[in-house]
Design a protein around this ligand. Sequence first.
Ligand code: GUN
Length: 280
Amino acid sequence: MAVIIDGKKVSNDIKDELKAKIAKLKDNGTEVTLAVIQVGNDSASTVYVGNKKKACEYVGIRSLAYELPNEVSEEELLDLVRSLNDREDVNGILVQLPLPEHIDENKVINTISPKKDVDGFHPQSTGALSIGQPGFVSCTPAGIIELLKRYNIEIDGKECVVIGRSNIVGKPVATLLLRENGTVTICHSHTADLKTVAKRADILIVAIGKAKFITSEYVKEGAAVIDVGMDRDENGKLCGDVDFEDVKNVAGAITPVPGGVGPMTIAMLMNNCVMSVMNR
Ligand code: GUN
């Protein structure tokens, strides 16, 4: 039976470490402030934003909440982002995605100052990551690497297979695995013989948004399996892209959903906020 990777516990450990760091910063007169913008009232976004605010409160980060109506114009939103860019007391800016259709997400992301881009979505951040220069790393990929490290799962020299090529998870996590000297393959919907490629992996990262798609047939004995999915099964229950009950019998280590990668995303956001004060 696989080791169950406890993302909830690791994320709590990280938040406690950050809490101590933030208290020290405060003693030296430095406050960390995150501005969180939500447009409209998408229920999933409201839950995510609520969790981010709660985490800020726990670690001692000041959070400024901006809740804009669904009908807000693109220009108004861009003006708010620009004004937050200019504010010296704001270190991090996060615009919760997705945005309503009449707003160009890329325009909004590109307007956030790279110095305050705690989501790591700005092209300057993603570009810096790809050529090994300093910058914000997006939170879910950073959280995955942190989980592997804290469970002593070696990346150096290992076969790493990433299924999914999104800008938010697949591409950056592949870059990070490469940076850790993994041998990295990225698979996607056009990959021929996905099973054979996936079965090569010592570390298998799955981020495709398809409930329980990855069964034990895709997994090598003893592999570490990281499930980034947040899906619903046939009964409406939260599940991942990996068929956990099946895969846990062959994997060496596996993340559950919920309680695996999800909590790590927020912990790494808090970490990015602490790093953002260095950019003042
Ligand atoms: N929507 C879903 N995940 C994320 C995230 O990590 N950051 C932002 N800004 N929006 C999201």
